[in-house]
Design a protein around this ligand. Structure first.
Ligand code: PGA
Ligand code: MG
Length: 233
């Protein structure tokens, strides 16, 4: 079977997983325009050139600290703690304003969430985005009520690619990993799911650090989430 032909009905007992964990940025929501806007407010305020949306897209997916670090060209925040802390404050202020303004749901997301919700599948959100940005974005996109559990990048000590957020969700709902699916857009999501031991499918349209998501070890890569349920009646 080609990876693109992956259908939930072929892979889960009863035709559907019991629990689906969703990544946020690049999977459910196209948040890149707002993130790029904030980075490109921060950089000129530091006397630097704006980075542009394409470049910023390569830095998204490992949380806000990582994004700012990359935008500054630092290998770690401790390389220049003063610069990092000034820049991070600028980014927080700019993104607090921008978050959700230009963001849009990707095609198929609403249909897929409704489909699963109507069938009693438990939906959880697992993002590396800090909680202070996750919750307002979910609210702006009218997505918050789908998720009885939201695990943000700063909810636990470790975030993706570590498996802890995913294991936390599976334990919380007492769902076995074979009845769970992780749906993401980056190698981070794949690594976290593999380490947790659960199946993982990626969308092709997200942000994957400038690399092809087909190179990551996902069980499947789909152009739209609805492709996963096409053959389900
Ligand atoms: O804040 C980020 O880097 C985005 O994180 P996500 O792709 O895990 O939602
Ligand atoms: Mg993502």
């Amino acid at each position: 079977m080609r990876k693109e032909d992956y259908r939930l009905s072929d892979h889960f007992e009863g035709g559907l997983p019991k629990l689906v964990m969703f990544d946020l940025d690049g999977t459910l929501v196209d948040s890149l325009p707002d993130l790029a806007h904030a980075v490109d407010q921060m950089l000129p305020a530091l006397g630097r050139s704006p980075a542009g949306i394409e470049q910023v897209g390569r830095w998204v997916g490992k949380g806000a600290h990582h994004l700012v670090q990359e935008a500054l060209g630092l290998s770690s925040a401790s390389q220049d703690p003063e610069l990092f802390s000034v820049a991070y404050e600028l980014f927080l202020a700019a993104y607090s304003q921008a978050n959700g303004r230009q963001a849009r749901l990707f095609s198929g997301v609403q249909t897929f969430l409704d489909y699963l919700e109507q069938r009693g599948v438990i939906l959880a959100l697992v993002t590396n985005k800090p909680e202070a940005f996750t919750l307002p974005l979910l609210e702006a996109m009218n997505l918050k009520s789908y998720f009885p559990l939201i695990v943000s990048g700063d909810t636990l000590p470790l975030k993706k690619p570590h498996p802890d957020q995913l294991l936390h969700v599976m334990r919380h709902f007492e769902v076995d990993l074979t009845q769970t699916l992780m749906l993401g857009d980056s190698s981070n999501d794949v690594l976290a799911a593999r380490a947790a031991g659960c199946p993982v499918v990626c969308v092709s349209y997200g942000y994957n650090h400038g690399e092809s998501i087909y190179e990551a070890d996902a069980d499947a890569v789909v152009d739209s989430m609805v492709g996963l349920i096409e053959n389900v009646q």
